[in-house]
Design a protein around this ligand. Structure first.
Ligand code: IDP
Ligand code: MG
Length: 233
């Protein structure tokens, strides 16, 4: 099993242990299971330790070595199969809700083949909105953005599926609807950047952070969808 792959799986196990659902692909799970069956878990542990001073980017996950048993568990237990695909945070902003676009947006993710694992209607406080958009706090539009996000109901969701973080962003389109391609949510359904109706996590780390901010672990539902056997081999 490739060392980098194993480190990724272990890192996902650490995130899972932190109360956030893992993003382990079926492929990774199978590879880890194979490695474990072959007795290479000791080598895996030492690799994680050995990467301490490397430039690999995995160094922040070093304590994850402690979670290797969790990775092994997730790799081998078929009952957690449905939890092992990637997850992303998607929100329909107040403009999307007020314009009656909830079903349109949910439908696009659903028709693509992604699985809804959490959903709720929430009016965020301005403080909560500021936390969500913390990375934009230096931008001139930050205050207006937080005012807007907290101005009414938001549909907060977690979607699961292979590649859902990156491809979810493709479904959404570019930040400015003026630059979004036709066929995307923003390209088809809105006009202005400050009223672009939907939010989607922009990478694996923000997905974990945003899911953790908006949802309690017990609000994320792990289940097998009937369509899965027709979507994944
Ligand atoms: P994203 O939503 O495509 O990830 P970000 O750059 O993270 O885009 O910006 C977050 C949100 O801030 C955007 O969705 C949009 O609503 C708003 N925003 C971004 N740029 C501008 C701007 O130039 N003026 C007003 N609002 C903006
Ligand atoms: Mg963003």
């Amino acid at each position: 099993m490739a060392r980098a792959r194993l480190a990724t799986v272990v890192a996902a196990a650490a995130r899972a242990a932190a109360g956030v659902r893992p993003a382990i692909s079926a492929e990774s799970r199978a590879a880890l299971a194979t490695a474990v069956r072959k007795g290479s878990s000791a080598a895996a542990t030492s690799f994680v330790r050995a990467s301490a001073g490397s430039q690999s980017g995995y160094s922040r996950w070093l304590p994850a070595a402690a979670f290797l048993p969790a990775a092994v568990y997730m790799a081998q237990d078929p009952t957690v199969e449905a939890a092992e695909l990637e997850r992303t945070f998607i929100a329909i902003k107040p403009d999307g809700v007020q314009r009656g676009l909830i079903s349109e947006i949910v439908g696009r993710f659903e028709r693509k083949g992604y699985k809804l694992v959490a959903i709720k209607l929430i009016v965020p406080t301005k403080e909560f909105a500021a936390q969500h958009y913390d990375d934009l706090k230096e931008r001139p539009f930050f205050n207006g953005l937080c005012d807007f996000l907290s101005s009414g109901p938001v549909v907060a969701m977690v979607w699961e599926g292979q590649g859902v973080i990156k491809y979810g962003r493709k479904l959404i389109g570019a930040t400015s609807p003026q630059a979004s391609e036709p066929g995307t949510i923003r390209g088809d359904l809105c006009v202005q950047v400050s009223r672009n109706i939907i939010h989607g996590s922009d990478g694996p780390e923000t997905a974990v952070a945003e899911i953790g901010l908006w949802f309690k672990p017990e609000e994320l539902i792990t289940y097998t969808h009937n369509a899965e056997k027709w979507l994944y081999e």
